[in-house]
Design a protein. Structure first.
Length: 762
């Protein structure tokens, strides 16, 4: 404890220390030298960080203008400023260096812009301007933008800037990542063009300052002298550029305090490097490490469950969360039959919460991927459950879904001019505003829909050769899709339409995280269509869903991704889709192996610790993915939950037992797979680590009940023409058999595709 703590009389204790526990006080009062504050979820790190700032000002260790305090979001910066203001009054107004990385770097760069060839009034480009400029360079370089999309180059340049790499640092290997080795060349051209425009993008704000600090020692010395103390929030989320920038500024005085939690580092896809916080003590020898472990948010069972999962990660700084709260309910682990039952069960559980007098505002559903929200949205609309989507649009409001629906609307209704307008040049077909305007003019003159006018204009000389040819293909495609709609199942029609229009290929070529999510959403859209009898019935359902806004002021269930939930908390949290391949994400495991597995496990830790009173984890035995039913096994994270902190329930609709979960049954090879021991089919142990990852999603799960098979082989007691019974669709005759999937002509519901395990011989 430093001198201030020793000399301050208890009765003279400043207000900012009241209510702090001993480790928090230590974090506040240990002012000199490097300090790493490991702040677990819900341990009051904001209170400690705010009190530390107030302490530096209150004790006159530094003037407000001599403290650099960095946050990751404007919201966090505002909250910090407001809290400190309540403690130290007007002094907070003199803190010009409290803000986000980009805001502070921009302020610095305005002062030294000429050192990188800019003027102080430089423009900061937004994403649209950046893409427009890059596209100009791509076209000038005679590169096929369809094969090498602009967004791919933008994402690559952003990665390079996050790593602190200037064009001269890009080697041949990195350059090969775009347009057969032309990535570095285009990066250099882009940077030169930005200088000519007196502009920079967001990545440049830090990159330019990093270059200035490295090459102009006088500027570096100026800032090292100015900042007596440096404080950084969410240090585990820093990328290489931010890390290098901070390290340079802190090297002289070394009075740097970083607050973070390695167990909550979940943004590697944005460039964050968990290694930065793990090597803090190596970067700053003699650093003091303070652990905030008393949790003020969650119950002991929730903390025990989260700690049990994250303990399976290697290379952690380590901490043990504890709380003085009542023990509360154990974490519920519920196994259901399929996705629709998962949505029904969550709706039922939320009804129980609502009937107990709890507000829906204190209920959240956390998904791993955005496409999972669709099932819950449809279910909640059907039962009148108010909800909101946080961190994104509702499923049917997303741009890619609106585009796909516009294609389907044009096929279903030729007079839908709004839909035709939306898709006429999506993806790009070389039909500019003038060409579309001419179609509009002809439609108005003849009193016909745009699709009819588009067909007629092809017989005139109104359009140029390229535009005419492109429009002709679209008109022909629409006519062909309408013919197909009379004989092809509407879900299959949608698949073909999205492929043949080039819409799917547009996102496949983009190869970004956002594009992958959009493709998943499109697959979920097609899957949703299978539940309706016709294209018209599905589009009518969508219209009703879109019209159902509800009162924004009324209590609502929150639905969001786990990533979007970081920093938030709710009384009751439903963690859905905890199955191998979905969570942990198979794509992430394939791309990053053990490193990605550990980040997925950190996501699980973040998800569980969002709950204050009750966490409910749900996994389904079957999921329909890309139009196909797939058997699932519970996520390995389910097996890592300590048994003493969970209550397990596995049921089918109606409450019948599907199987008895027994994670300690070592004789079951599929239990081993769920644990991550690598003994099941399609699994292998990762060398040099205690963790495992899947090279292929496991496709077969054997039930312990001989009456129920979840595998892909199919039942041998069924044959074509046999009469069977399905709980939802009633009686019908088997028309086709494909593995464990059946096409059945139901007496009341028409032909449906179902899994054989859902039917009994009738």
């Amino acid at each position: 404890m430093n001198q201030i703590a020793q000399t301050s009389a208890p009765q003279a204790e400043p207000p900012y220390l009241r209510g702090l526990n001993p480790p928090q006080r230590e974090a506040v009062l240990t002012t000199d030298g490097p300090v790493l504050i490991i702040a677990g979820a819900g341990t009051g790190k904001t209170a400690a960080l705010t009190a530390r700032l107030a302490h530096l000002i209150f004790t006159k260790k530094a003037w407000p203008s001599e403290i650099l305090s960095v946050t990751f979001t404007n919201k966090a910066a505002r909250e910090m400023r407001e809290r400190v203001g309540r403690l130290v009054g007007d002094a907070v107004e003199g803190m010009p260096w409290l803000g986000t990385f980009h805001a502070i770097a921009a302020k610095m760069l305005r002062r030294h812009a000429e050192l990188v060839g800019l003027q102080s009034n430089f423009t900061i480009l937004d994403t649209d301007d950046q893409l427009r400029l890059l596209k100009q360079l791509i076209l000038a370089a005679d590169i096929d933008e369809k094969r090498f999309p602009t967004r791919s180059l933008a994402g690559l340049i952003d990665q390079w800037k996050n790593k602190g790499l200037v064009p001269a640092d890009i080697d041949a290997g990195e350059s090969e990542r775009y347009a057969n080795g032309r990535g570095g060349e285009l990066y250099q051209q882009y940077q030169a063009r930005l200088i000519a425009l007196n502009a920079c993008d967001f990545g440049d704000l830090l990159l330019h300052m990093l270059v200035i600090l490295k090459t102009h020692r006088d500027v570096l010395a100026q800032y090292q002298q100015r900042f007596k103390y440096i404080m950084v929030d969410e240090y585990q989320d820093t990328n290489s550029s931010q890390y290098l920038w901070l390290r340079l500024l802190a090297q002289e005085r070394k009075n740097i305090a970083c607050v973070g939690d390695d167990d909550q580092s979940i943004y590697s896809w944005r460039g964050a490097q968990v290694e930065n916080i793990l090597k803090f003590e190596r970067d700053f020898p003699g650093a003091k490490v303070i652990r905030l472990e008393q949790n003020y948010r969650s119950t002991p069972h929730i903390l025990g469950a989260a700690s049990g999962v994250i303990a399976n990660n290697g290379g952690r700084l380590g901490k043990q969360l504890w709380t003085e709260r009542d023990v509360g309910e154990k974490v519920k682990v519920i196994g259901v039959w399929d996705g629709p039952e998962e949505a029904r069960r969550v709706g039922e559980e939320i009804d129980i919460v609502r009937r107990a007098g709890k507000s829906l505002d204190e209920v959240a559903i956390l998904v791993r991927a955005q496409h999972q929200t669709r099932e819950f949205e449809d279910r909640f609309i059907a039962i009148g459950m108010p909800y909101k989507i946080v961190g994104g649009f509702r499923f049917y409001e997303r741009a890619e879904i609106r585009d796909a629906l516009a294609y389907l609307r044009v096929v279903n209704q030729p007079a839908d001019d709004l839909a035709f307008e939306r898709i006429v040049n999506v993806p790009k077909r070389g039909l500019g505003d003038k060409a579309v305007a001419r179609i509009h003019q002809l439609a108005r003159a003849t009193g016909t829909p745009l699709t009819t006018a588009a067909a007629r204009i092809l017989d005139t000389d109104e359009l140029t050769g390229a535009a005419k040819k492109s429009l002709g293909r679209l008109v022909g495609d629409i006519a062909r899709w309408r013919d197909m709609a009379t004989s092809l199942p509407h879900a299959e029609l949608a698949r073909q339409l999205l492929d043949e229009s080039g819409y799917t290929a547009m996102y496949q070529a983009e190869k970004s995280v956002e594009a992958t999510g959009r493709l998943e959403n499109l697959s979920e859209l097609v899957r949703a269509m299978e539940e309706y009898d016709s294209l018209g019935a599905f589009l009518e359902h969508v219209s009703l869903v879109m019209d159902n806004e509800g009162g924004a002021q009324d209590p609502q269930v929150t639905i969001m991704t786990i990533h979007a939930a970081k920093g938030l908390e709710y009384d009751t949290v439903f963690l859905v889709g905890w199955e191998e391949g979905l969570f942990p994400s198979q794509r992430s495991l394939d791309e990053g192996g053990v490193k990605s597995l550990e980040e997925e496990r950190r996501l699980a830790y973040v998800a569980i610790t969002r709950a204050r009173r009750l966490a409910v984890i749900i996994h389904a035995a079957n999921r329909r993915i890309y139009g196909q039913w797939n058997s699932s096994i519970p996520s390995r994270f389910v097996a890592e939950l300590p048994p003493e902190h969970i209550d397990t329930e596995t049921t089918m609709s109606g409450g019948a037992s599907l199987w008895q979960a027994n994670w300690s049954d070592r004789a079951d090879p599929f239990a081993d797979v769920a644990r991550g021991t690598g003994r099941g089919p399609g699994w292998q142990r990762a060398s040099g680590t205690g963790s495992t990852f899947s090279t292929k999603p496991a496709r077969v799960v054997e039930s312990r009940s001989s009456a129920i098979s979840l595998g892909n082989k199919g039942r041998d007691d069924l044959s074509l023409g046999m009469r069977v019974f399905h709980q939802k669709f009633g009686y019908g005759a088997i028309a086709e058999i494909e593995g464990n999937k059946l096409e059945i002509d139901f007496e009341q519901s028409g032909r449906k595709r179902v899994m054989d395990s859902f039917v009994t011989i009738g």
